[in-house]
Design a protein around this ligand. Sequence first.
Ligand code: ZN
Length: 236
Amino acid sequence: MCDERSDFVDAHIVPRSFYPERGRGREALIVMTMNKNIRNGRSRIGIYDKYLVCEGCEKKFDPFDDYAAKLLLVNRERHKVIENHGDLVGYLIDTFDYKKLKLFGLSLLWRSAFTSRIEFSNVKLGLFQGILTQLLKNEDPECPEVFSCQLTRFSDVKDWQSGFLSPFREKYEGINFYRFLLGSYALYVKVDRRPTPKFMSPFIMRPNAPLILDSREFRGGPEYRAFYRTANMIRE
Ligand SMILES: [Zn+2]
């Protein structure tokens, strides 16, 4: 993506809007990772990389980051609640910009794969790295199945305070995904040539279609357990 060899800028890997630090940055961000070899710690400046992209490339991400923040954070009250017999099962966004939101997901994956920050060291794309770079260069969101993206909205998290958690690599029905924790959302990006498992298919981003967000509680889920474990490590 970036062909510059100098003039790099501090580029945030995960946009700052998705992990607003307590007290507008006065209190340090808690940085957590599932990797046992990496020390968890605190950061006053967020998760950024000095040597990832030049200013021009970093600016290319801005419209995608801004769009995702607007759709998911600023306008979150506009998401329609989907209920089943009184139980919250998901959220519906009637219309959204497929290109921008998908490219947000792709650029997050790209930044995570190309950064040298150890918090992202488990993101390894292999042969997919070149394809992903090309898509971003061309600002091409590809069809829904290529790096298919879907979101979960946590039903019990409103204002995110907790910090940053490294992406997870995981398999669903044998298909490879990366999961990013983005405050009150989890983003899943498929890194696999095989199709998205059927049970996930209704949720993937598609052009000219509403976006359905799966919903579950953060508390008790895998991200929560990871936080709980690492938070205890920090205290020790
Ligand atoms: Zn560049």
